[in-house]
Design a protein around this ligand. Sequence first.
Ligand SMILES: [Mg+2]
Length: 182
Amino acid sequence: MLNLKYLLPDSYQDSIYQINYQGLAKQGIKALLFDLDNTLIDYVQTKLTVEVIEFLKELEKTFKIIIISNSHKKRVQNAIGTHFDLIYFAKKPLKFGFKKAIKNLGYKSHEIAMIGDQLMTDIYGGNRTDLFTIIVDPIQKKTDKLPTRINRKIENYFIRRVEKKYPKAYEEVLKKYAIKNK
Ligand SMILES: [Mg+2]
């Protein structure tokens, strides 16, 4: 049974560039897990851009970084190269990939933030492994592949249910995302 409260992120921002990373460091976050597709690059792009690489390299001065993706090995390895640690075919929202990341990092769950564009995978999975979760807008929703399109339809349905059950939290962390990404 799906647990609605796991669909509530701890925070929402338009993009990875808007996140208050200093604030995260202050609250004790030591590592950042980033989703790949439509969080760092859209589905049409095959490699991280120089802009993204430089931005993440700057963050690496403060945080450990792992890119955690449900995409297959070839796509993920080709996109990231040797720039960052990665986990492919992570099967988010299952715990498997997150547990692997937590183990590799050697940090407590609450010292790790998960940043991604999908509630049903990134946020749900991050929350059930007790990570600090941040939802961002998808970079280019129209490039979503079929499974993600289906996920977003399911997501819309569950967002309505979250709104009913947790109206205050919905206002605070989901409303903007829900309106922009309907
Ligand atoms: Mg994604």
